[in-house]
Design a protein around this ligand. Structure first.
Ligand SMILES: NC(=O)c1ccc[n+]([C@@H]2O[C@H](COP(=O)([O-])OP(=O)(O)OC[C@H]3O[C@@H](n4cnc5c(N)ncnc54)[C@H](OP(=O)(O)O)[C@@H]3O)[C@@H](O)[C@H]2O)c1
Length: 248
């Protein structure tokens, strides 16, 4: 195939639905080996079975990205099984939007734990292997909300801005190790993400926005494949994409 994806060992967090699931399917169709992490283990097992049945190679490992040791175990399993890790896609995330004055402090903490610390734990798990290999690719999922801020999405937006800052700092630090870094910032993509909103009025308005504008998750999978498939001396640092009909 010679697409610079074939044979690569790719770890994906949040692979049980939405963008992570779409990326796993697409990248395995391009010939990569995918290692799937998420908490809903039956979903990633089913996806791995499907990929293996279709002639691909996939492994599923129950992973909560808020637990550093579980993210390390996910990456270490990839290295033990396949001898290396070429790409990690730090994709797990949630978006329980609400206005700040509703004081949903547990949800703020959860977003910080998953969207920021989960990404850092993915970097911590993959970086030592990639430094040793002198090759690798770290892909972090931010959002349009990582470029803007809107009412009801303040904490989410803060976490997605943090992902971009961490990724850009990482990009500069890993220069000596031949490691590529990519930030992917999607607009509205049809996934289970709006289900994480607990405030009924906010959920209703976001769900109707998604029903009107969201594009299929394969749009994300194609951007990931584009970044990975570049020649090794080309580092796609950032991709921001939206549905054509989405204004903000
Ligand atoms: N869809 C969009 O419009 C959009 C736009 C911009 C950015 N994003 C970002 O894209 C990423 C993927 O979201 P999605 O849209 O695909 O939503 P989704 O369908 O709800 O998927 C979220 C994924 O994150 C996983 N996850 C959540 N908490 C986790 C934890 N503690 N440990 C491990 N995995 C966890 C979920 O798996 P389990 O529940 O099984 O653990 C699930 O696989 C998120 O970072 C999101 O912020 C999405």
């Amino acid at each position: 195939m010679n697409n610079n994806i074939e044979g690569k060992v790719i770890v994906i967090t949040g692979a049980s639905s939405g963008l992570g699931e779409a990326a796993a399917t697409h990248l395995s169709e391009q010939g990569s080996i995918v290692i799937l992490g998420a908490r809903r283990v039956e979903r990633i097992q089913e996806l791995a079975n499907e990929i293996n049945k279709n002639g691909g190679k996939a492994l599923s490992i129950a992973t909560d990205v808020t637990k550093h040791e579980q993210v390390k175990a996910l990456v270490d399993a990839a290295v033990q099984t396949y001898g290396r890790i070429d790409v990690i896609i730090n994709n797990a995330g949630l978006m329980p939007h609400s206005p700040l004055d509703r004081l949903k402090i547990d949800e703020w903490n959860q977003m910080i734990d998953v969207n920021i610390k989960g990404v850092l734990y993915g970097i911590a798990a993959a970086l030592p292997h990639m430094q040793q290999q002198k090759s690798g690719h770290i892909i972090n999922v931010s959002s349009v909300a990582g470029h803007t801020v809107r009412p009801n999405g303040v904490v989410y937006s803060a976490t997605k801005h943090a992902v971009r800052v961490i990724s850009e700092g990482l990009r500069q630090e890993v220069k000596p190790y031949n490691i590529r870094t990519t930030i992917i910032s999607p607009g509205a993509v049809a996934t289970e993400l709006p289900n994480t909103i607990s405030e009924p009025d906010v959920a209703e308005s976001i769900k109707s926005f998604y029903e009107q504008y969201a594009i299929p998750a394969n749009s994300f999978a194609r951007t990931v494949a584009f970044a990975i498939s570049q020649p090794d001396d080309v580092d796609i640092n950032e991709i921001l994409f939206r549905p054509t009909s989405q204004m903000l």
